[in-house]
Design a protein around this ligand. Structure first.
Ligand code: PLP
Length: 423
């Protein structure tokens, strides 16, 4: 029995059955490569689902973890340490918001955002304004798997098995301004969006839709809350994807790459929103600990020192251009979307998308498939053009070998079935 087989058997016996893992045992990583127990190197174009922005074993992260763990790993939020204000300063400067709260995951940051929106509306009601408690979220949205996040996540498969979900959420059709206007009223305390939807297959909001969401929220005192957990922290070439639109939210949430692989989430909000909260109303044991903050500071400083936002734009544009020329040769690719290093290639068949991910893995390249038909690329920001060329050559080979078997009838059947997200 191999070590992998032993681990698989033990997990099957001991863990909750929540993941369908690929049969690979990773033991270490270097730069854009992650390496299995046999020493095989995989080009990682997913970076732990958008987390390992600096790649693997970046010296800035390794040295910070070693140094900080010698001094202080955890203190609790009952005391001060050096990191929180320093990190908050960096994040407020880069997001255009005023105050931060640190959590441990994306979904926890999002729960905090929902709570702040309800608190803020309560404060307005106390001033005599008429504003309700409802949320408007978007169809195809994904905000996480805890109860509030789940209630604001669109896909039924994430919500229905756990019902009844938190009430008070209506879903607006994606990028449908008329539907947004029709569903908005002063019963709404916040409009919730991802500027570029991630799990939905890398789908950007239109400028018109985001402008309208901002204008409607401002008209009643409701909040515009933008989830940047997947798109934020430089992935699209700007610190936040909303900065491509020139639209400023009242609250944003960050997580995934924030602390380079150490779990961390953050919510940032305006001074005005922050006035609604007081000590004891919200908190966490671990959030914003000294180790996590030190690593997040190192991640931000390294991104700037190494010019990684500009690099993400440059290599991302190259990646998209190469995917487009691939699409010109293979009809199976029906769309290429994204910004910076948040990219999707939409295929005409869910079966082909699944097979493509498996074939890429056989060729030692990690990608994934989301929203059934979208191949998703969320590589480390240190990706180079040569890595893109490797991936494109592999995709070319796979489509040349396999695409014909999935065209026509297969594609039509997939579209008719509607599809379900892989999460
Ligand atoms: C946009 C968005 N929001 C929230 C989440 C939830 O984050 P986490 O898995 O860290 O709880 C995700 C995770 O994929 C996400 O992409």
């Amino acid at each position: 029995m191999t070590k992998l087989d032993q681990i698989r058997a033990a997990e099957a016996r001991l863990l909750l059955s929540t993941y369908e893992r690929n049969p690979i045992l990773f033991v270490r990583g270097e730069g854009v490569h992650v390496i299995d127990e046999q020493g095989d190197r995989y080009l990682d174009l997913l970076s732990g689902i958008g987390v390992n922005a600096l790649g693997y074993s970046h010296p800035a992260i390794v040295e910070t973890i070693v140094k900080q763990s010698h001094s202080l790993i955890h203190t609790s939020n009952l005391f001060f340490h050096e990191g929180q204000a320093e990190l908050a300063l960096r994040l407020t400067e880069r997001t255009g918001l005023d105050r931060a709260f640190f959590a441990n995951t994306g979904t926890e940051a999002w729960e905090g955002a929902l709570k702040m929106a309800r608190l803020h509306a309560g404060a307005l009601r106390n001033e005599g304004k008429h504003i309700g408690t409802r949320f408007l979220a978007l169809e195809q949205s994904f905000h996480g798997r805890t109860f509030g996040s789940m209630a604001t996540t669109y896909k039924a498969k994430y919500r229905e098995p756990f019902g009844p979900v938190v009430p008070g959420v209506d879903f607006v059709r994606f990028n449908d301004v008329a539907d947004l206007r029709a569903k908005f009223s002063n019963e709404v305390c916040a409009i919730l969006v991802e500027a570029i939807q991630g799990e939905a297959g890398i789908r950007p909001l239109t400028q018109e839709f985001l402008n309208e969401a901002r204008a409607l929220a401002t008209s009643t005192g409701a909040l515009l809350v933008i989830d940047e957990i997947q798109a934020g922290m430089g992935r699209t070439g700007k610190w936040c994807a909303y900065q491509h639109y020139g639209v400023q939210p009242d609250i944003t949430t960050l997580a995934k790459p924030l602390a380079g692989g150490i779990p961390m989430g953050a919510l940032l909000c305006t001074e005005e929103v922050s006035r609604a909260i007081h000590p004891g109303m919200h908190g966490t044991t671990f959030g914003g600990g000294p180790l996590t903050c030190a690593v997040a500071i190192a991640v931000i400083d390294t991104m700037e020192k190494e010019g990684l936002l500009a690099h993400a734009t440059e290599v991302g544009d190259y990646f998209q251009a190469q995917l487009r020329s691939l699409a010109a040769r293979h009809e199976a690719i029906v769309d290429v979307r994204g910004k910076g290093l948040m990219i999707a290639a939409e295929l005409d068949s869910a079966e082909l998308a699944k097979l493509t991910c498996a074939e890429m893995l056989k060729r030692h390249i990690v990608i994934n498939c989301t929203s059934d038909t979208a191949l998703r690329f969320l590589p480390p920001y240190i990706l180079e053009r040569s890595h893109v060329d490797t991936a494109i050559a592999a995709l070319d080979e796979i489509f040349t070998e396999h695409a014909a078997a999935f065209s026509g009838a297969h594609a039509a059947a997939d579209h008719a079935a509607g599809g379900q997200n892989h999460g």
